[in-house]
Design a protein around this ligand. Structure first.
Ligand SMILES: *Cc1c(COP(=O)(O)O)cnc(C)c1O
Length: 368
């Protein structure tokens, strides 16, 4: 038996009883006529979450990193230049993924904890007029910084580049409007602000992205992530063709999690995340913890604070886990040992979570 934890790290977040129960429905075949209607409904719920009408909106049968690979491997051909913003771990991962597609990534670096600066991205786009795409992370979960996706996507358009957006931690947590902001390709994950179990990556491709895919001179290197083949299964209606065995129970869970989001209202969910962040912020500041990200760029769902001098990172996190069954996140890369990342994602964004976390930190000796 595994312990029951309260999840306040960078994902996964708490999964509700309702979602777990949906997951335990009987497994049926992935081509069962009864499953076809379910799949259409799931894709419609994803369109609501993404705020898009894109017909090509579906979950990849693998975690967020597979959504990232899916966007790059379909939209980039060997030799293509792609301008990528790097302001944390996940921008760095994009560069590596693009390189492995045979593309030429042009990395534009920013200090960790700061947002992607549009001016610097524009300089890179001007310097690389042949670039076919521009990619960035909307919510950098490694630092807690939010970038302005609307401005960055408008910039990509101005320079005739497709925009590829990492919204793994954004979806369901902060404002995100795929159609209004002109996002060409976007991917997310099931286990962050949607609060479904890990293992699925919702993606959405717009018209321009699908046009680029159709114009390719070589098929995408990945058979599994080839969007042309995936749409034969997901978009095939009654004629849908076997591609791979979809993880049906995981899809039940995602469907239930999206129903919860729909019931709450997407904008209400954004507001709840913002409100609980303000609660947590006041409490953390009262015990002497400082945020590493400037106020206007902070993510409400991922709160990064500096570990005060004289406090042992690992000791505090073990105390929280052992005494409170509470998980918070450690720092990654250059921020390891320097920060904690406190997630208020999806079902983990409640006043009760805030109260538990603060009393656990106090119990571990974190106080002014
Ligand atoms: C979690 C995360 C990923 C990777 O998702 P996995 O499900 O761990 O593969 C990618 N980008 C961001 C911003 C993330 O927070």
């Amino acid at each position: 038996m595994l312990p029951k934890r309260t999840l306040m790290g960078p994902g996964p977040s708490d999964v509700s009883r309702e979602v777990l129960e949906a997951m335990s429905q009987p497994t049926i075949g992935h081509l069962d006529p009864a499953f076809v209607g379910f799949m259409d409904e799931l894709n419609e719920l994803l369109r609501l979450a993404f705020q898009t009408k894109n017909p090509i909106t579906l979950p990849i049968s693998a975690p967020g990193s597979a959504g990232m690979e899916c966007c790059f491997v379909n939209l980039l051909e060997p030799g293509d230049e792609v301008v990528i913003a790097v302001n944390g771990v996940f921008g760095g991962r994009m560069v590596e993924v693009a390189r492995r597609c045979g593309a030429t990534p042009i990395a534009v670096e920013f200090d960790w904890g700061t947002p992607v600066e549009p001016d610097k991205m524009e300089d890179a786009l001007k310097a690389h007029p042949d670039a076919v795409a521009m990619a960035f992370v909307h919510s950098e979960t490694s630092t807690g910084a939010r970038s302005d996706a609307e401005i960055l996507c408008a910039l990509a358009k101005k320079y005739d580049c497709l925009s590829i957006v990492d919204a793994v931690t954004s979806l369901g947590g902060i404002e995100l409007r795929v159609d209004d902001w002109g996002i060409d390709a976007i991917y997310s994950g099931s286990q962050k602000c949607l609060s479904a179990p890990p293992g699925l990556s919702p993606v959405s491709f717009g018209e321009q992205a699908m046009a680029k895919l159709k114009q390719r001179s070589t098929p995408p290197q990945s058979w599994f992530l080839d969007m042309n083949l995936l749409t034969g299964y997901w978009g095939g209606g009654a004629k849908r063709a076997y591609h791979h065995t979809a993880p049906v129970n995981a899809l039940y869970a995602l469907h239930a999690a999206l129903e919860i989001l729909k019931r709450e209202g997407v904008e209400n969910a954004w507001k709840r995340h913002a409100d609980n962040h303000q609660l947590l912020r006041a409490e953390l500041e009262s015990i002497g913890l400082d945020f590493i990200v400037a106020e206007e760029y902070r993510l409400p769902q991922l709160n990064s604070v500096s570990i005060p001098d004289g406090i042992d990172d690992a000791e505090v996190r073990s105390h929280l886990l052992n005494e409170f069954n509470l998980e918070i996140g450690a720092g990654l890369g250059p921020l390891a040992g320097k920060i904690w990342r406190i997630g208020l994602m999806g079902a983990s964004s409640t006043p009760e979570h805030v109260a538990l976390c603060v009393s656990a930190l106090k119990s571990a000796g974190v106080s002014r």
